[in-house]
Write a protein that binds this ligand. Sequence first.
Ligand code: BGC
Length: 475
Amino acid sequence: MSFASQKSGSKASMGYMIMVAALAALSGLLFGYDTGVISGALLLIKKQFALSAKAQEYIVTSVLFGAVFGTAISGWLGEKFGRKNIIIAAAFIFAIGGLFSAFSPDANSLIIGRIFLGIAVGVAACIAPLYISEASPDKMRGSMVFLFQLAITIGILAANLVDLTFVNVTEGWRWMIGLSVVPALILWLGMIGMPESPRWLVSKNRLDEAKAILVRLRNTAEVQQELSEIQASFQEQQNQKISWLELFAPRLRMPLILGLGLGVFQQFTGINTVIYYAPTILQSAGFNSDSWSILSSVGVTLVNVLATVVSVLLVDRCGRRPLLLVGLVGMTVSMGLMGFVFQSAGHLTEIMKIAAVGSLMLYVASFAISLGPLFYLIVSEIYPLSIRAKAVSAMNVVQWSGNVIVSFTFLSLAQSIGFSASFWLFGLVSAVAWLFFFWQLPETKGRSLEEIESSWLKKPNQGAEQPLAVTAGVR
Ligand code: BGC
């Protein structure tokens, strides 16, 4: 093959891979949209159904509870039925749940519809990044999985804009919620034409299909080496009888602790206090006009999208460690600043108002290049194939439970210790997270999933890959 044709071949395979990843990432868009749309929709729903505060809380949190359940079952489903089929099933639930919610005659049916949407969100959050990670070539795996987070942020932004558009329309909430059916149908129909994860096929001994898909994904017939590596690594796990419980065995302690740390810190550093409550936070600081605080919160979600675009471009160049550590510094500093600004909440000068919005933006941008996308990427990289789906699902249960706890308690926390101290608390957690990842996070950039798993599984005298030990530098 000439150099020129090799180059165009690799471009073609890149194009196809980007299409596969972008389509699966649509499930992230639905995740962001369905979790983000409710803040605006609620304003209209509560008037139409004359809802009590409790009923409103149920409507908001039903998606989160559905998501915890969805993540809990998705590992088993993804392992048994395949990654692609489960994304198709999630798309179907997204579509049905969206329609059901949009046409709800009362609050109870809306809650049921949103529980279904939550189940789809939870399943998608586990299986889509895993699917993308297993299909991607090593060198672009980071940016491909980051597309999932990019889609989440676009979904949140779209939800904000749709809310603004329909806020003055009679029964506009039905449009706000119902519009999600469009991307759900695209995901559903689109995924039917997408390939199954070659790694899952190997785990089911469907080698010919796995090979054909690798040929298509890499746009070359020379995939035998990659296929053999996946097969050998999976065979080794079979020989060693790696079962679900093995996740708690000493040799998998590092990926276990790392996954738990990512799940806990992704939520307990406070991202969803900003994503779900930005207008409330700004109003409490003294932004008296509704439109100012809603517009500022649209600005914050726009920054979320833009910073995620930057992280997609950086992750396979800079690596995971630098992004995470730099992002956490930004999160710590911005939470510190917010705590400081909010000490004068209620009588902020113009400069301090700008500082308040600026530090919210810095915080969100720092999360968007670090803990946001890296949670999904790293948990889809570090577990052995034979238990990968279940392990990813367990870490997502931790992450979603963290989301429920923080979103549920934030307003009461702020009421009891004040916004200022609450932000300092999140800043402190971010600083602890920095230390944790400084000691625990290995660099997985450019390594194949098989290299990563064999670094945990092989004993030192078995000629293992370089273990993914952690040092301060780039590894
Ligand atoms: C988190 C969500 C969060 C979103 C914000 C995701 O990575 O899992 O909880 O709302 O990022 O962009």
